[in-house]
Structures are given as C-alpha cells and as structure tokens.
Write a protein that binds this ligand. Sequence first.
Ligand SMILES: Nc1ncnc2c1ncn2[C@@H]1O[C@H](COP(=O)(O)OP(=O)(O)OP(=O)(O)O)[C@@H](O)[C@H]1O
Ligand SMILES: [Mg+2]
Length: 553
Amino acid sequence: MKTSLYTSLQRKIIGITLVVSFAPLIILAVTMYYQFAKTCKNKTEEQIEYRALAQAESVDLFLKERIAILSAMADTHTFNEMIDEENLSNIFNVMNSRAGAFVDLGVIDSAGMQRVYVGPYNLKGLNYYDQPWFADVMSKGVFLSDVYMGFRKLPHFIIAVRRNENNKSWILRATIDPNILEGIVRQAQIGSTGDAYLLSKEGIFQTNPRFKGLILSQSNLNTSLFGRRVTVVELENNEGRKLLYAGSWLKNSKWLLIINQEPAEMMQSLFAVRNVEITIIVFGFLAIIMTTIFTTHLAVSQLQQSDATMQELNAQLVQSDKLAAIGKMAAGVAHEINNPLNVILQKTGWMEDLLEEEDIKKSENLEEFQTSVQKIEEHVERARKVVHNMLGFARKMEPHLENVDINDTINQTITILENYARTNNIEIQADLSGKLPIIASDQAQLQQVFLNLLTNAIDAIGKEGLVEIKSRRLDSRICISIKDDGPGIPAEKQKNVFDPFFTTKETGKGTGLGLSVSYNIIEKMGGKIRLKSQVGKGTIFTVEVPIVAPERK
Ligand SMILES: Nc1ncnc2c1ncn2[C@@H]1O[C@H](COP(=O)(O)OP(=O)(O)OP(=O)(O)O)[C@@H](O)[C@H]1O
Ligand SMILES: [Mg+2]
C-alpha cells in the first residue's frame, strides 16, 4: 500500500517534469524548423529566380551581339558590294572570327530572291517571298525567327536585317547555330535534377531540354503562367514530382527561358539542419528522461527514508506517552496498596505466631489455618512484587551514573538466574566481547533490564532449551542481544509486548511490566530496545546502550 503510494508519487513527478520540459522543447524545435524551412524556401526561390534572370540576360546579349554585327555589315556595304560572292565570303569570315555562331549568310533582294549565299547548303536562287518572315523583315527592319526546319530540314533560326539603298530595299540574312545557343542556356543546369531550356510563346522547345522532350516539340508548360519579368512557380511534372520553375522572358519577348529543379535538391542544407536538430532533440530527451528519473528516485527514496524514521519516532513517542501515564497512576496506586500490604503481612506473621500457641495447636483445623496463612503470605508477596515494579515506574528514573562494566553486569545477572535455568534444563551461553569499554551508566538499572529479558527468555522456553547472550561494540554503542529458542512472538503481538501490563502468562505469574520498565530504562539512557521474533524459531531482544565515557577523577 505504502510502496504503491511512493510509486505513484514518483510517476506523477516524472510525468509532470517530462511534460513541462518536453512541451517547450518540442514547440521550440517545431517553430525553429518551420521558420528555417520558410527562410530556406525563400532563399531557394530567390536563387532560382536570380539564375533565370542572369541566364536570360546572357542569351539576350548573345542575340544582341549577332544582330549588331549583322546590322553593321549591312550598313557598311552596298548591295553591289554584297552580291559579289567573294566579298560576301570575306564578310562572313569576319563575322565568324569576330562574333562566331553564324552558319551561313545570304543576300536577298526586294523580290525575295536569294542572290548570293555563303554556307554549307546550296540555297542560292531560292525565293523567300512567300516565307512569312520576309514581309516581317521588310516592314520592321530587324527580324529574329523562332527555331524552324525550313528548306534544309534541320532545326535552326535566322536573323535578318533590311537595308534601304536608292529607294530599293535588300535583306542580309544569317543562320545561327542552335547548338551554341543551347550551350549558353544549358550553363544554367545545376545539380542532378536541374534543367534549363528556351520555349517559344506557344510553348515549343527552342533548345533541347535535358530530360523529357526534344527541340521543336511541344512542352506541356503553360507559358502564360510566367509574367513580365521573372516568375517562380511550383508545379507537378508528368511523373507527379514537385518541381520549382523559374521563367524569365527575353527582352525581345519572343522566348521564355525556363530553369527548373527539384526543391528537395536545393534544400539539402535544410535537411542537414533538420537532422542535426533531431539528433540534438533526441539526446536532449534522453538526458532529460534520465535526469528526471534519477533525481525523482533520489528524492522519493529520501522521502521514504525520512517517513520511516518519523514513523519509528512516532511509535517511540506513543510508547513513552503510555509509560508516562501509567507511571503517574502507578505512583498513587503503589503507595496506597503498599501500606495495607505491609499491615496484612504483619498480621499474618502475628497469626502464625498465634497458631504456635498450645490450645490452638490442638484444634482440628490447625493445618487448614496454617496453609491458609501461608497462601495469604504468598499472595501478599506477589502483590508486593507488582507494587515494587510499579514503583519502579513511578520513581523518577534518572539514571544514577557510575562506572559500569557491561560484561560484569551480564555475568552477575546470569549467576542470579543460573539455578532457575538449570532446574528447567535450560542452558545460558554467554559470548561476550573482550573489547567493551567501561561506560558511565546505572548498573542496577541495566541489571534489571538484563534480568527481565533473560527471565522472559527462560519463561518462554519453559523446559529445555538454549539462551544465548552476546555483547558487541558497534561504533559508539554497545549492543547486547538475548536470543532464545522458545516459541517466538506472533507478529500481531509484537507491538504490544512493551505495553505495561501486557502479559500472556497465567494470572498471578506475570505482571506484564518487565518489558515496559526495561524499555523505559533504556530509553532514558538514550538507548534502544529492539525485538525480532519468528514463531516456532525463537526471539532475539537487542539492547543498544550509548557509550558514554566515564568522568576522569
Ligand atoms: N523471549 C520471549 N519469548 C516469547 N514471548 C516473550 C518473550 N519475552 C516477552 N514475551 C512476551 O511478552 C509478554 C510481556 O513480557 P513482560 O516481561 O513485559 O511481562 P511478563 O514477563 O509477562 O511479566 P513479568 O515480567 O512481570 O514477569 C510476556 O508475557 C510474553 O508473552
Ligand atoms: Mg517478564
């Protein structure tokens, strides 16, 4: 019952401590993680946005340079100079050595006829009048095409500029190597999941993407999701994986540069932080749990110990109270009874003397008279014993200090009881330590205690048995134990044996005061009496007396 009380107390303390310490830890960890995740996501978006913008600028610059050099060539040469094949070839070489990426170059007259052509295909004489871009370049002056197949059946794109000369217009047209453009775009591909490509307004790939799709095929990305400058969106791809897309329109608003990547790859640092956080929290939890259990166990066991001490003190207090009450009563009763007893004893003596006289001797009932008087004397003696013991209670039992040799006192007590024990076939064995100091104590009182305990042991055995008396030094105390192999004391009676008048002996034989008087004496000396008994095996009474050094004279 008591133990379960302590266990539940321990559980409660552990529970409360854990909840109180875990709750803020968990809240802190979760808040920190989400805060960090948010920052991380913002950073990731910013990063991909910046990359898209920077890459779009590179592509813009590339195209702007190509258009600029083509315009410069058209501006600085006349139509007649241009249609000279050797001249055009020289111009083509200059353009490629200064800027590069030009595949071919052609001059087209106002009727749409390609008059001269330098390049790997045989395109001289082709008429572009019906091509949609022809009208465009004629009206706008500068033209950049989407990637298309054209006459050569290979993906390519062209730039063309118009020149007005003597009221006549002609066009200088160049094809750009789409592989070089793709190379520039692909610089923005990062990591194992990153991709970068160009899309036309209609969502057609202008460069080969790294994963799914081919140049000139339709992408399933809706280009209208991407606003004026740079836009970052999170979308699911075909396989249902979430991807972060950043789209940046080129300055000419024709093409959209797309960079995409799996957010998970970009948030590696977040996962690293999360793992560190989890490790710290797990170790923190373990440390808290262990410390809590340890300290709680310590506190509760200390509480248990002090409870036990308090209980012992309480029991002693109750015992002393009982003794004090009995003591007061005993003083009065003993005094009142002692006098009449003395008178009765005197009178019986007188009656005995009278019975010795002649005429009464002849009486038939003389023997009857004599045994009656003897019985009266016997019982008065017994009554006097009770009174004597009660007076022992009543006396102020301040010990009278003298030099006491405990072993001597024990030996004297044994001598007194030797005969009594022998007639009952009981052996008294003494095992006395040779290292006991002489102490300042009350020899008569100690002897009374030993006498009571030894008598009890002999009485308990009845006939045939062994009583062992031992003396030992234990730190600052001397321990005397009296052990018998008698019937033992049942557990329910053990708490009563020190009560005054508690006896199991037949009426007239025991007063029930022996143990309570002994208890009183030893307690006054600052010592203790303890009892250990097992029914059927025997009983040990242990007396502990403090070692008080005698005063030096
Ligand atoms: N060694 C023992 N073995 C078994 N029971 C014991 C022992 N010592 C004491 N008791 C029990 O404790 C009771 C009280 O003992 P206590 O010495 O106070 O009184 P008593 O021996 O009965 O009477 P008195 O001491 O006046 O002769 C005894 O009656 C007995 O039942
Ligand atoms: Mg007794």
